[in-house]
Write a protein that binds this ligand. Structure first.
Ligand SMILES: Cc1cc2nc3c(=O)[nH]c(=O)nc-3n(C[C@H](O)[C@H](O)[C@H](O)COP(=O)(O)O)c2cc1C
Length: 273
């Protein structure tokens, strides 16, 4: 991946700067799908400086950037919508630069948490990312339950200890690793994609947590927990009266240990027939 960022200053005295900015945005963002190797192009107007406009583009390689520079569609857009209106241009190009790649490659499960709770707004963002995951036939039956009540949290911990038995070698006894935030993902079993939907939600939540500088770990055993009297109590307290299945928990907080190294990619797991 290759990141290409350009900042322009618009000329003074333009008759309609808003229309100029809209023209730059529409013409350059519209090149995605036309210029090979241009993966993303977003144009932003500076919130504080009315004369500043930025292009943030992602390309597959430096060669793709060179081809973009001379591609006729790009040249036409630049000549018509950009160059006549700008006084100066600064560009910055660098290898990498895909935030999503970094999140996917670097996210790891964390099993040691600091005691302090992350701000509620960050937890809410994590949950939102989970609930915006795709669901089968868009039925959106996944529900995330934040476990706040100390009594419920203790009971969930104890239930998970009971289901798990002795902790795996080298792990602490607490199945939630003393995480200050405990989230529970459940989905309606009337829906045949419930577990897939809930799993995607948890995947989104783990990536979002990593983006926000939070540590997270999927904690399993939600199915037997929800199938137990404790699970029925949690569902009732959450106002859910359907036939819900426990998909997984998310232990969430700030890491109390360094982030482990990324896993190597194993291309042998990619097959074609
Ligand atoms: C379906 C599922 C269940 C998991 N259950 C647990 C769990 O109960 N306890 C735990 O410590 N980690 C659990 N994990 C985390 C995995 O052990 C972890 O994702 C895996 O070792 C890969 O490491 P990474 O997440 O750091 O890439 C679970 C992960 C998944 C996807």
């Amino acid at each position: 991946m290759y990141r290409h960022v350009v900042i322009w200053r618009l000329k003074d005295g333009l008759e309609n700067p808003a229309a100029v900015k809209a023209g730059i945005r529409t013409s350059l963002e519209g090149l995605v799908g036309t210029v090979p190797g241009l993966l993303r192009a977003k144009v932003y107007a500076d919130a504080a400086d009315a004369a500043a406009v930025m292009l943030d583009a992602l390309l597959v390689s430096p060669d793709a950037l060179a081809a973009y520079a001379t591609h006729p569609a790009h040249v036409a857009a630049a000549e018509t919508f950009v160059k006549p209106f700008v006084a100066s241009r600064t560009a910055f190009d660098c290898a990498g630069g895909s935030e999503l790649d970094e999140l996917i490659y670097e996210r790891r499960s964390i099993r040691a948490f600091r005691p302090e709770e992350p701000p509620r707004a960050l937890v809410d963002e994590v949950v939102k990312a989970g609930l915006l995951a795709p669901t089968g036939r868009n039925r959106q039956s996944t529900v995330v339950i934040r476990l706040d009540d100390p009594e419920i949290r203790e009971a969930v911990r104890a239930k998970n200890e009971e289901i798990r038995g002795a902790p795996p070698a080298g792990r602490v006894n607490d199945p939630f690793y003393a995480a200050p935030v405990m989230l529970l993902v459940v989905a309606d079993t009337a829906n045949d994609t419930a577990v897939y939907d809930g799993s995607l939600a948890l995947g989104n939540m783990m990536l979002k947590a990593h983006e926000l500088g939070l540590a997270a770990c999927w904690i399993h055993r939600a199915k037997p927990e929800i199938d137990s009297p404790l699970g029925r109590k949690i569902l009732a307290r959450a106002g859910l009266d359907g036939a819900y299945e426990g998909v997984g928990h998310l232990a969430l907080g700030y890491a109390a240990c360094p982030l482990p190294a990324p896993h190597p990619y194993n291309p042998a797991r990619y097959r074609a027939v």
